[in-house]
Structures are given as structure tokens and as C-alpha cells.
Design a binder for this molecule. Sequence first.
Ligand code: G
Ligand code: G
Ligand code: MN
Length: 517
Amino acid sequence: MSSWRFLPVALAMVLPVLLCVGWSWFHAVGEVRKDASIAAGVVRVQTGTILTQARELLVRLVDLTAKDCGEALPTMQRWATLNPYVRALILAQDDRIYCSSAVGATDYSITEFHRWPRSMTPAGWLYTAQGTPMAPDRPAILLGVPGRDGRSGAVVVDGRNLQDIINSVATLGDFQIELTLGEGAPVRSASWTDWAGSVEPVYQEMTDSMNGAKLRISVVVPPQALGLEWQKLLLTYVPLSLLAGALLAWAAYRLQRSRQSYREQLRRAMAAGEFHVEYQPVYSQVTGRFEGVEALMRWMRPGTGLVRPDIFIAAAEQEGVIIELTQHLLGLIERDMREWDTPPGFHVGVNIAPEHLSSEDLVPDVRAFVAATAARQPLLVLEITERSLIEDSGRARRNIDTLRAEGVRVAIDDFGTGHCSLSYLQKFPVDYLKIDKGFVHAIQPDGEEALVLDVIIMLAHRLGLSVVAEGVEQRFQFDYLTERGVAFIQGYLFSRPLRSADFMAWYAGQSRPVVPD
Ligand code: G
Ligand code: G
Ligand code: MN
């Protein structure tokens, strides 16, 4: 038995575990991603609130661009103070800032501060910055609006709030969060690490904030956090998948076993010694003694019990192992007969399947059997079926001729149940005709004529064949048959098929001629 056959079983064992490992990885990623998206959502909503307030100020700033700084400053300072998110309000002429709520009238170019994108005048500002001139290391959001005559207004939103939100949301999971507005510099959570920028974010979203500027929020998770989540799921589901794997493997094993070809099962059974032979005595009414036995094969299957012979014999024929099985049977008989104490010429009937009868194996097999049982000198009777005769292409006939010349005898078994083969009967040189038990059971207790049976017996006698009646259970059947000159009687009336040892014991008790009553 080669080990590759267990591959499906092994696969059935391993597959659920592999699936579980794969599934829980995706599930872990999904869970972490879901949490990350919630965190990003909080950041997005808060940013939106801040931007909305800033935009309201921005709209109002447009009017102030018509005024000079002295006039606009008190209003700007008031607005800046009242709005909690605002760091400063700014008025600019092209790229020069001339008024700031924080420092009043001033004059410097936005290009002087390297943390601001210098390519754009405040009129187009809408981005995050890492700092402002007054607080270079505190993030900010810069929003601008075009005013009158090349002027513009701008709101510098303090990033403190945003930073706090991002930081606290980041602690919900093991998150590293980055927020970017437009083309600006990112605002990052305190948890942000050097490598965070080089890994694929577990979650990322882009939304329109205003004027087409995108608000991008990325959430990065360290690999070990994902690993931890994965591990958690694995601990829950791997035991279950192991169980599923075991069940599946067991099912696969059962399936495989049941689908394992009958051939393999029979071969295995032979190797395992699960077959034995039972012997049913055959009584000769001529001598009043038991002159022989029919060997019948039995398969005692562990866990199943006795397998019906007609089933496994038919299967063996179909699967092409009937010859092997019969060879095995002959071996078993040889072994049993070593213990026997039967006289020379004791009939041993062996059932031979059609395939075997017309094979090259038959003659050597029979010769080997005869040689092996030479000490007992049995008279071997090959019980063949009518089917064998009909299907013969010549080889069966030659085998029979050869073996009969060597002293082996041939019986037609189950006569009358198969195809009518009267013409074959005439052509084939056989010695006995075994009448099927069906005809015997048709005999009525009142002695009424069983017409077909009578004709068969007569036919056999006319052909010069001895008749063996099978399945004789009742005394009146026995009487009916012996009255008509049936030479041999086999059936429960005398004995059931017996194991070798039981047969020996039984046979030892039959030393005198018996006529049953
Ligand atoms: O007693 P029993 O139920 O065994 O017989 C069932 C059928 O099985 C019978 O028709 C008998 O001929 C067949 N049988 C029993 N043993 C053998 C065997 O060794 N070879 C073959 N070919 N048929 C057998
Ligand atoms: O090979 P064959 O079909 O001749 O095998 C004989 C079959 O008949 C076997 O199955 C055997 O067990 C069965 N048998 C033997 N004696 C009797 C009997 O007296 N009555 C019945 N019903 N069956 C029998
Ligand atoms: Mn038989």
C-alpha cells in the first residue's frame, strides 16, 4: 500500500488549518482596517468643523482687504481672539504680508519663511504647514481668499487642536496618523515613527475639503500590532479548524476506504488471512458413506462480519481477482487437508469461475494442488457453471480434457439455473451434474412428481453423468431423490458447511455407513 494514497487524507487534515490561518490573517487586517477607518473618520469630522469655522472668517476677511492695516486691525484682532482655533488673521498684497492680527502692521514676504510653500500667494492658500513664523514648530492650516486689487486675506488656524485630536485618536489602536491638506506638509501624530512613511498605510482616505483641495488621512499600523490581532484570532479559531481538519480527514479516510477498489480490499483480506474454507459433506447413497466435500469460501471481515460469498465472489470476478482468490482457496484447502484423515479418492469439490477455467493458470494450479495433497490422494472435482461452457472459446475445453486425463473430475454446478445448455452438455466431457437446490426444494412432501427435476435426472443419466443433489434438507427430499437413482446428496439434512476442524470431528464420527432417518 503506497503512502500517496493518504495524500487526500493529509490534505483534508491540513486544509482547514491553512484556510483558518489565511482567513484569520485577512480578518485581522480587516478588523484593524475598520478600527483605522473609524479613527480617520473622527479626524476628518474634527478637521471639517475647524475648516468650516475658518472659512466663515475667511469670507468676512474679504471686505477688510479694502482697508489699510490700521483700520482693519482691531476687527481682525477681535475675530482672532474670539475664535478658539485661529492663531492669526493676515492681510497681504501679492506675496507680501502687510497686516497681521498677531503683530499688527508689518511687511515681509511669504518667501522668507521656509516652512510655507513659497510658490503661492496667500490668495490661493489651502494647506497644512508644519509651523508659522511665530511658532515654527507648531503645525497650522493656512487658508486664503483673494480680496481687492491684488490683495488677499488669510486665516492661520492653529494646528494644536488638530494635533491633539490626532494624538488621542492614535492611541485608540496602535495607530500612526498623518493628515495633509492640499499640497501642504503633513500633520502627524506623536506616535509617528521614521519608518511609517515607507510602509503601506492600513487605511487611507482622500476627501474634498473645499475648493478642490484634498484632505488626505493615512493610518499606519506597526506590523507587530497586526501580528497581535492575527494571533488573537488564531488562538480562537485554530483549535476549531484542527477539529474540523480531524473530522474531514476521518471522512476522507472513510470515503477513500469505501472507494478503495474491491480488488485491493480482497487482496488485503487475503494477505491478512481473513478467508477460510468451510466443507460441506457429500453423501453417497451408493456406498452409504460420505464420499466427499464441497469446499466453500468464507470471508470473515473484521468489523463487518461474514461477507456473503455470492457478493464477494461476483466482485472478485468483476475486478479480475477471482483467479488469485481461487489460488488462495486452494492453498487454504491444502493446509486444512494436512490434518485430515480421509481415504484416497475422497471427493473434494472446488468451485471454479469461468475466467479461471479458460485461463492458462488452471492446469498448473490444479497440478500444484494435486501435488501438495498427494498424501491424501483426494479426487478433485472442479465445479464449473453452465456459463463456462457457453462462453468457452476452446481453452476451457482443452483444460478440461487435460485435467480429466490426469484423473480430475468435472461437475456442472447449479444445473438448471443458468442458460439452457443441453447441447453443450453433450459436447463437453463432464462427470457430474449438480442439481440446483431450487429443484430440490420444489419436491413436495406428498411425493407428487416434480416434473422438471425428474427430467433433469433422467437427462443426466442418459448422458452418463452422476447426479449430485444440493440443498437437501428433508428426509422426503432425500427419499424422492434416492428413489430416482441420484447418486450423491448434499445438504443441511446431513450437515451444514463446517470449518476444517469441525469437519474432521464430524467426519470421525461417521465411521459406519449411515442411512439417515
Ligand atoms: O454456501 P454459499 O453461500 O457459500 O455459496 C454461495 C455461492 O458462492 C455458491 O454459488 C458457491 O458456488 C459460491 N462459492 C463459494 N465458494 C466459492 C469459491 O471458492 N469459488 C467460487 N467461484 N464460488 C464459490
Ligand atoms: O456452489 P453452490 O451453489 O453449489 O454452493 C452451495 C450453496 O448451497 C452454498 O451456499 C451452501 O451454503 C448452500 N447450501 C448447502 N446445503 C444447503 C441446504 O440444505 N439448504 C440450503 N438452503 N442451502 C444449502
Ligand atoms: Mn458448488
